[in-house]
Design a protein around this ligand. Structure first.
Ligand SMILES: Nc1ncnc2c1ncn2[C@@H]1O[C@H](COP(=O)(O)OP(=O)(O)O)[C@@H](O)[C@H]1O
Ligand SMILES: [Mg+2]
Length: 237
């Protein structure tokens, strides 16, 4: 990749779902190496944006370019509520590695290593479905991290967790970023956004109205919609 070339660039990204323009000509470039937090009121298009960038939703119009040359980045996505197989925590990570084509002999060691990095070694053999919400979310992060993604999309990963569990998930996300994975995450927790973000992308009505360094954004957002959002005047669309 050329120096400074974006990891990914979306141009005119439009997604119509059930007659709703969830994304409406959105432009976005993601430079390598940063942690991006996507903010915006409910219904602004945050989830659809992440799902579309991750390839789960096909754009109606517009394009997504990876690396300037079309090679899709190795990537993973974590959702608000993880879906776990009715098997052990370890087996859940091993399964993800199998699906990704990782050879069987190295799966267990890679899975155990990932569980260790999120602090779940002690529950490796326990059924994933009986883990607490916070443990399940860290398991989802281990499953994603084990794939060694270049970019990780996280859609409100702490929204259904209590503050303690949310803080643990936040620490893991920071560690994943520090280990070199590009982070693109949505949250409604502004404290969390301040702690984790290098830059903020603010969405309004299916468009990115600004993309600003995080410290500048919280001091002085550029778009009036973002200013209202920060003041809490736009909790709903
Ligand atoms: N499957 C769908 N069918 C119809 N409309 C949808 C669908 N998914 C999302 N939308 C609409 O697209 C818009 C953006 O949704 P979403 O990305 O989920 O917002 P956010 O995550 O910012 O709260 C909303 O108006 C939502 O109702
Ligand atoms: Mg959402």
């Amino acid at each position: 990749m050329a120096d400074g070339a974006p990891l990914l660039e979306a141009r005119g990204l439009t997604v119509v779902l059930g007659g709703v323009r969830a994304l409406d000509g959105l432009d976005l470039a993601l430079a390598p190496g940063l942690r991006t937090i996507v903010l915006g009121a409910n219904g602004a298009g945050k989830s659809v944006l992440l799902r579309t960038l991750h390839g789960l939703v096909a754009p109606t119009a517009g394009e997504i370019r990876w690396h300037g040359n079309g090679r899709r980045a190795r990537q993973a996505m974590v959702f608000q509520r993880p879906v776990m197989l009715r098997r052990s925590a370890l087996a859940n990570v091993e399964y993800a590695l199998a699906v990704a084509g990782v050879p069987r002999p190295v799966r267990e060691s890679r899975a155990r290593d990932a569980l260790g990095r999120v602090g779940l070694s002690a529950v490796a053999g326990r059924s994933a479905r009986v883990l607490s919400g916070g443990e399940q979310q860290r398991l989802a992060l281990a499953r994603a991290w084990a794939l060694e993604p270049e970019i990780l999309f996280l859609d409100e990963p702490t929204a259904s967790l209590d503050p303690g569990a949310a803080a643990e998930v936040e620490r893991v996300v920071a560690a994943i970023a520090a280990a070199g994975t590009r982070i693109v995450m949505t949250t409604h927790n502004l404290g969390q956004a301040r702690r984790l973000a290098d830059e903020i992308v603010f969405l309004h009505a299916g468009r990115a109205t600004e993309q600003t360094a995080a410290d500048r954004f919280f001091e002085h957002p550029l778009s009036p919609e973002a200013e209202q959002y920060l003041k809490g005047e736009l909790p709903w669309k």
